[in-house]
Design a protein around this ligand. Structure first.
Ligand SMILES: Nc1ncnc2c1ncn2[C@@H]1O[C@H](COP(=O)(O)OP(=O)(O)OP(=O)(O)O)[C@@H](O)[C@H]1O
Ligand SMILES: [Mg+2]
Length: 370
């Protein structure tokens, strides 16, 4: 699609010019070049098109006014063919209107014919600028591609982690949960059949310990795979907050306003994991006394806000090197079409906000607003 500069071959110039004399002047200018130069002249749009199709050029020189068309038409044709070449207007006075039009169209190089002695320099500059532009565009494309790959990788990683978590949760449930249930059964049997006071004390102590183990395994399972999500996102977030408060002693206020039916699971899981990681961050970094969780959803958006009254993120913008929690949340939000916003001020707390547009809103905008 692009005609690139081949270093060891001649510089190939396509000259759009109806005057053979003016063309000869250009040819003479390039005669003094050390490097070999090939110049082809065309004077109609059809020939210009054919020349571009037939061979590779490095640069186009174009007179402005030609019989029946202007350089702008040639430029438009080149763009239409998706051929990217440096394009130098080499013309007599073209007037301000035409100059403005040329600039608006994207042509940036113009040399009046009377300044012909500068032509080689102008062409060289145009070639260099074009090479830089091409390199930048290529870099942009590569960057976009690697960003896409990174996003895909993050999505894949997240999915793998969730699967792994589910598998571990299932094992805890089936294996440890099953064993604990069996122990409970046996302990209660012993309790019923023992008359010895000393044994009973031990059995009850064991039963208490067992209760603790059951609760711990349920909590671990819940963190791994929020089964509570089956009962609704609100309930699951409430559970997270209650547990967090119990574990850390930080006062936790929850407000939920969900005016929607059950949301798609990836969205619910994203919200849940965002709340989970944000609370973990609060306990690790915030040194605060209060955290508020605000969960609202209407037909167009679901929003989660986790705000603490702690010391804020230092340095601002978060830890650039270590720490993948917030980066992970960012990527995760994108996978469901949402975004994450983190605002923080020194000693004025940190607020993490997740917003996800809901499918309903897309459907609404597509509808006839009658
Ligand atoms: N609520 C908060 N209050 C104060 N600082 C915070 C808060 N949340 C995050 N930070 C700061 O932002 C940084 C980045 O957070 P992030 O969750 O990405 O990483 P982490 O918690 O350090 O490590 P990881 O989450 O990977 O275990 C943290 O290291 C911390 O300095
Ligand atoms: Mg973290």
């Amino acid at each position: 699609m692009t005609n690139q500069n081949h270093k060891h071959t001649a510089l190939r110039i396509l000259h759009l010019e109806d005057s053979p004399e003016d063309h000869q002047l250009v040819v003479r200018t390039f005669k003094q070049s050390v490097e070999p130069v090939e110049i082809k002249r065309v004077d109609s749009l059809a020939d210009f098109d054919a020349a571009l199709n037939e061979s590779v050029f490095n640069v186009v020189l174009a007179d402005y006014r030609l019989p029946g068309f202007t350089a702008l038409d040639a430029w438009a044709l080149m763009n239409q063919r998706q051929i990217r070449l440096p394009f130098v207007l080499l013309s007599g006075a073209i007037g301000e209107t035409a100059a403005v039009q040329a600039i608006q169209a994207g042509i940036s190089d113009y040399l009046p014919k009377e300044d012909l002695q500068k032509l080689r320099h102008v062409v060289q500059r145009a070639l260099e600028a074009h090479a830089v532009l091409m390199a930048k565009e290529l870099a942009d494309v590569e960057l976009a591609q690697s960003e896409r790959q990174l996003a895909q990788f993050a999505e894949h990683l997240q999915a793998t982690i969730e699967q792994e978590r589910s598998a571990i949760a299932r094992e805890i449930h089936d294996d440890i949960g099953g064993s604990l249930a069996a122990i409970r059964f046996d302990l209660s049997w012993i309790e019923r059949h023992t008359t010895q006071a000393e044994s009973l004390v031990h059995v009850r102590a064991a039963t208490d310990m067992l209760q603790h183990a059951v609760e711990a395994s349920q909590r671990i399972m819940m963190n791994l795979r929020p089964a509570l999500l089956d009962h609704g996102l609100g309930a699951a977030v409430q559970w997270l907050a209650k547990n967090f408060s119990k574990r850390t002693g930080i006062e936790t206020l929850v407000k939920t306003q969900l005016q929607t039916e059950k949301l798609p699971s990836p969205i619910e899981l994203t919200v849940f994991r965002t709340a989970q990681e944000s609370l973990t961050n609060v306990s690790k970094h915030a040194q605060c006394s209060l955290v508020r969780l605000d969960l609202t959803a209407d037909r167009s958006f679901i929003t989660l806000e986790v705000a603490d009254n702690g010391q804020g993120i230092t340095p601002p913008g978060g830890n650039q090197t270590g720490g993948f929690g917030l980066k992970g949340l960012n990527e995760r939000a994108k996978t469901v079409g949402g975004w994450l916003d983190i605002s923080s001020a020194h000693d004025a707390g940190t607020t993490v906000t997740l917003m996800i547009p809901l499918a309903d809103s897309a459907a609404e905008t597509g509808e006839n607003p009658s």
